[in-house]
Design a protein around this ligand. Structure first.
Ligand SMILES: [Zn+2]
Length: 48
């Protein structure tokens, strides 16, 4: 099964990305992604 998780920038809390995640790998994800609000690459965490 997959679920869709939203990734939020930890600096400005903008919801920039939605990704499909395989439920089998249920570690909390933290990704470095470009945030258009911060205009730089920041850490994005998943929310639920
Ligand atoms: Zn940001």
């Amino acid at each position: 099964m997959r679920k869709i998780v939203t990734l939020v920038c930890v600096e400005c809390l903008a919801r920039n990305y939605k990704i499909k995640k395989n439920v089998l790998s249920t570690k909390k994800m933290q990704l470095n992604k470009y945030c258009p609000t911060c205009q730089k690459t920041t850490v994005h965490k998943e929310t639920r």
